[in-house]
Ligand binder design. Structure first.
Ligand SMILES: NC(=O)c1ccc[n+]([C@@H]2O[C@H](COP(=O)([O-])OP(=O)(O)OC[C@H]3O[C@@H](n4cnc5c(N)ncnc54)[C@H](O)[C@@H]3O)[C@@H](O)[C@H]2O)c1
Length: 354
C-alpha cells in the first residue's frame, strides 16, 4: 500500500507515521508538509520523519495534482489546527482546512486514490446541551476552526466516484509527541503543574471536553486508511474517542493534581464560562472499529507527558509564550519576515494567488 500523509510534521503526524510503519511495515509511506513547526522537536534524538520513505515540502494550497499518482490512500492532517490560530488567521484557516482539503480530495479521487482520510474535530459540536452528541445530531460551531471542518466535511460528501472517504471527528487531542504542543487542555495542565505547582482552570470547570491520546488518533487513522466501504459506507463521518473519556474540565484538572501531588488547582470563577462544551457519543466508532478502540487511559497520557517533559528538561514557567504554543511559532515566523500574512513562506511568494 502507498500512503501519503499530508500535514505529517505537526503534533499528531509523528504518531501517525510511526503507527502506519508499525502496522503496515510493507507499505510505502510519504509525507507532505509546509514545515511550519518542523523545528519544534521535543525530546527526540532523531527526526520522526525517518520512518517515512520520502518527505516532500510544500503548501497544500498549491498542491501539484501530479504528486498524487500511484497512492492508495491519502491522509489529510494539514490544518490551521486550533481555535486561537483560527481566530487570528480566519481566511487562511478556511482556505487551508476547507478549500485545500476539498481540492486535495478531488484530485485524489481523479488520480484513482482508493481511500481519503480527513482529520475533522468534535469541536464542531461547539456548545451542546442535552447529552452526548451523535454524528447525526445538529452541529453548533462557535469558531472559524470548527466552521472550516464542517465546510470540508460537507464538500467531501459531494465527491463522486469510488474513493472511500472517512472524516474522523477526533476528540480533543492530548499526550506526548515528538512535536509536543502545550496549547491543549491536558498538556497545559501537566506542564503548568510541573513548573509552577499550580494549574489554572480558565472556566468554572464544568465544560465537557472528551479527550483522545495522539497514539489512539494514530490507530484510528490506521483503521481508516484501509476501511472497506461495506463498513460504514463509502462516505463516513465518525466521532473518534471513547465514551469513558468524556470529562468535565475540573475532572481533568483533578486527575493531573492526583498524578502530581501538591498541585494547587485554581478555578477561575470570574472568567466567562468556556464557550465550548460537548459530550460525545462514540458508539458508532466502537461498532465499526472494535479492534482500534482507544487504549491509552487519562492516567497514561498524564504519565507520558510527565516523563516526556522531564526528559526534555522542561522548566519554562513562561511556556505559554514559547515555541510549544503553535500560534507563537507562526507569529514568530511572521515577525521575522519568514511567513507573510497569508502564512506563505516569503521565499515562495507568487507561487499562487494570495
Ligand atoms: N490536536 C487536536 O486536538 C486535534 C483534535 C481534532 C482534530 N485535529 C486535527 O488533526 C490534524 C492534525 O492536528 P495537529 O495537532 O497535528 O496539528 P498541527 O498544527 O500540530 O500540525 C498541522 C500540520 O499541518 C501543516 N500544515 C498547515 N498548513 C499547511 C499547508 N498550507 N500546507 C502544508 N502543510 C500545512 C503544519 O506545518 C503542521 O505540520 C489537524 O487537521 C487538526 O485540525 C487535531
Amino acid at each position: 500500500m502507498r500512503i501519503l500523509i499530508v500535514g505529517n510534521m505537526g503534533y499528531v503526524g509523528p504518531a501517525v507515521s510511526a503507527q502506519l510503519k508499525k502496522a503496515c511495515p510493507q507499505s510505502v509511506l510519504h509525507g507532505f508538509d509546509n514545515a511550519y513547526f518542523a523545528h519544534c522537536l521535543t525530546g527526540v534524538a532523531c527526526l520522526p520523519e525517518r520512518v517515512l520513505d520520502a518527505q516532500f515540502f510544500g503548501d497544500v494550497r498549491a498542491f501539484s495534482d501530479g504528486l498524487l499518482a500511484g497512492y492508495d490512500a491519502v491522509v489529510q492532517l494539514a490544518a490551521i489546527s486550533n481555535d486561537p490560530m483560527g481566530d487570528r488567521f480566519q481566511d487562511v484557516t478556511l482556505d487551508i482546512n476547507q478549500n485545500a482539503t476539498v481540492a486535495l480530495a478531488q484530485a485524489a479521487s481523479a488520480a484513482g486514490v482508493k481511500h481519503f482520510v480527513f482529520a475533522s474535530s468534535c469541536s464542531i459540536y461547539g456548545v451542546a446541551e442535552g447529552g452526548p452528541r451523535r454524528e447525526t445530531d445538529p452541529l453548533n460551531p462557535v469558531t472559524t476552526y470548527a466552521q472550516s471542518k464542517i465546510g470540508a466535511e460537507k464538500a467531501l460528501e459531494q465527491i463522486d466516484g469510488a474513493m472511500t472517504i472517512t472524516c474522523l471527528r477526533f476528540a480533543t487531542a492530548c499526550g506526548m509527541s515528538d512535536r509536543l504542543r502545550l496549547d491543549l487542555v491536558l498538556n497545559d495542565f501537566v506542564a503548568s503543574a510541573m513548573v509552577t505547582g499550580k494549574l489554572s482552570v480558565l472556566s468554572d470547570g464544568t465544560p465537557w471536553r472528551p479527550l483522545i491520546d495522539t497514539h489512539d488518533m494514530a490507530r484510528a487513522v490506521e483503521w481508516a486508511v484501509s476501511r472497506s466501504p461495506d463498513n460504514g459506507g463509502r462516505y463516513l463521518v465518525v466521532n473518534v474517542g471513547s465514551d469513558e473519556r468524556n470529562y468535565q474540565v475540573h475532572q481533568i484538572a483533578e486527575a493531573v493534581a492526583k498524578a502530581l501531588p501538591g498541585t494547587e488547582i485554581s478555578i477561575n470563577t470570574n472568567s466567562a464560562v468556556d464557550s465550548r462544551s460537548y459530550q460525545v457519543d462514540f458508539g458508532l466508532y466502537k461498532s465499526l472499529a472494535p479492534n482500534h478502540q482507544p487504549q491509552v487511559t487519562l492516567e497514561d497520557s498524564i504519565s507520558h507527558l510527565k516523563s516526556g517533559l522531564a526528559g526534555m528538561g522542561f522548566e519554562d514557567s513562561e511556556f505559554r509564550n514559547s515555541s510549544l504554543i503553535r500560534l507563537k511559532v507562526l507569529e514568530s515566523h511572521m515577525a521575522s519576515g519568514r511567513l507573510n500574512r497569508s502564512l506563505v513562506w516569503r521565499c515562495e511568494e507568487g507561487g499562487y494567488n494570495l
